[in-house]
Write a protein that binds this ligand. Structure first.
Ligand code: HAM
Length: 474
């Protein structure tokens, strides 16, 4: 198991090995809770923007629910005998004596919000939310104590059409992000009654082999026997392989629902595998469950998981309302975007303004504001904190800017600013200050074209190189 002291963005081992209580002057981050550094944020923003646009295009509306809920909400929805409720919740008593918990997931909060705000009454909702979730799990690569989800819920729909729509949305998101190494696994858990029948058969089977069970499974036998099927313990494998299948105990309606989902997925051209052992770790599921998994993520291979929870809203005191949803793990999705080379870099500066002398610095600040008015969206940085030209040009270079705008006493006296390309060999040109915004707009556009051309040339050279290499091998 790879322990990752820092987060997905930090260098493993870079976190000082001290505890908050050790008296060190440096306070370490909380284990399993990560900073998302600027070099990472481009991928996060790209994922969030792509998902936001897709969800809007499918008619899903954003909502926000609190990070903290009454502990009872999670106990009653996720289930008393699940790992999340038994050992992973951040639960505390607030000053008023209420037991509250940081949300380990968003579905329960959304269901609660629909009930508390009187939004059910036969209405249908297509909703999503995003934000941090908290589970006190053992941190390892891809598994954190604070992690982020994009959570999508369709409430008031019986399916299976909406089941297929949610899966198609996921498939489209992978395509839009350029993520390729994911595959879909689905199963049906049937109705609560069908599951109760199966549970009896499974418990009888497991009791007959009790000596072969590991400690965790023995503990689960009375509380949550279905989760035993999910055990990662190698010596349990043969027993699990030979266990009776839930699929054989499904009720007719659930069987029909599942078949219709499979048929629609086939019609949509979305490949899938049926895994009769997929049971999921939360108790509220019924009928359809699914997971998008990847072989590029290591042990924590699920990047997006969900299913139907037709009984949950009634169980929480709302009127009986069928529902289905999924949550995508942002950290795991960003990891897959990196594997696919599809994680964009943060936007670099485009123009860096270099100024020497008090008067020129003041003028630089004024011109920068004028340029920001005229060229919204362009990334313009002004040199801050003085420095000689050499220092300022070094900063300009580090900023990634394509153009430097230079202002000194001489330029001011002539009513011009000098503009110098930083990424290609070219001399500097003078631009009159009176029509600076229009000139800079045109020069930045020209630089973008030059950069695109250079990227194309580099690709062609790389392509020719690998063709020559291939020819050499042939
Ligand atoms: P879940 O399977 O517990 O389902 O989590 C969904 C996704 O969140 C996982 O597939 C994974 O990508 C990510 N995830 C879970 N735990 C961690 C962790 N400790 N560190 C990093 N990523 C993690 C739910 O949360 C359900 N509420 C999904 C749902 C919505 N079902 C119906 N509607």
């Amino acid at each position: 198991m790879t322990e990752e002291p820092g987060g997905p963005g930090s260098t493993p081992g870079s976190t000082p090995p001290v505890s908050a209580s050790s008296g060190s002057r440096v306070i370490p981050p909380v284990r399993g809770m990560n900073d998302v550094l600027p070099k990472e944020i481009g991928a996060w923003q790209h994922l969030e923007q792509t998902a936001r646009a897709l969800l809007a295009a499918y008619g899903y509306e954003e909502m926000r629910v609190p990070l903290v809920e009454h502990t009872q909400l999670f106990r009653r929805s996720i289930g008393e005998h699940t790992d999340i409720v038994e050992k992973e919740m951040y639960t505390f008593e607030d000053v008023g004596g209420d037991s509250l918990s940081l949300r380990p997931e968003a579905t329960a909060g959304i269901a609660r919000a629909l009930i508390s705000n009187g939004l059910l009454r036969g209405a249908r909702h297509k909703l999503w939310c995003t934000g941090p979730m908290f589970r006190h799990e053992r941190p390892q690569q891809g598994r954190y104590r604070q992690f982020h989800q994009i959570d999508v819920e369709a409430v008031g729909f019986e399916g299976p059409d909406v089941d297929a729509e949610l899966i198609a949305l996921g498939a489209r998101l992978w395509r839009a992000l350029g993520v390729t190494r994911v595959r879909l696994v689905i199963n049906s858990l049937g109705t609560a009654q069908a599951r109760a029948r199966y549970r009896e058969v499974l418990v009888a089977y497991l009791r007959a082999h009790e000596s072969a069970l590991d400690e965790d499974s023995r503990r689960r036998l009375s509380g949550n026997p279905l989760r035993i099927l999910d055990s990662k313990e190698p010596r349990m494998r043969p027993l699990i392989e030979a266990a009776p299948l839930l699929t054989d105990y499904l009720d007719e309606a659930s069987r029909g629902h599942f078949q219709a989902l499979c048929d629609t997925l086939e019609a949509l051209g979305i490949p899938f595998t049926v895994n009769p052992r997929l049971v999921r770790g939360l108790d509220y599921y019924s009928r359809t469950v699914f997971e998008w998994v990847s072989d590029a993520l290591g042990a924590q291979d699920a990047v997006c998981s969900g299913g139907r929870y037709d009984g949950l809203i009634a169980q929480l005191g709302g009127e009986p309302t069928p529902a289905i949803g999924f949550a995508l793990g942002i950290e795991r999705c960003v990891a897959l975007m990196k594997v696919a080379g599809a994680a964009p870099e943060p936007a670099a500066a485009e123009l860096y303004i270099v100024a020497s002398g008090e008067r020129a610095e003041r003028e630089a600040a004024r011109l920068a504001e004028q340029l920001r008015d005229a060229l919204p969206g362009r990334v313009i940085q002004v040199n801050l904190g003085g420095g000689n030209f050499k220092t300022q040009f070094r900063r300009a270079d580090r900023s990634g800017a394509r153009l430097a705008l230079v202002l000194g006493e001489d330029e001011l006296a002539r009513g011009v600013a000098a503009v110098k390309p930083l990424r290609r060999e070219a001399g500097q040109t003078d631009c009159a200050l009176v029509d600076l915004p229009a000139r800079i707009g045109a020069l930045l556009a020209q630089e973008r074209v030059a950069a695109a051309d250079a990227a194309c040339d580099a690709q062609e050279v790389a392509g020719a190189g690998s063709r020559a290499e291939q020819a050499g091998r042939d």
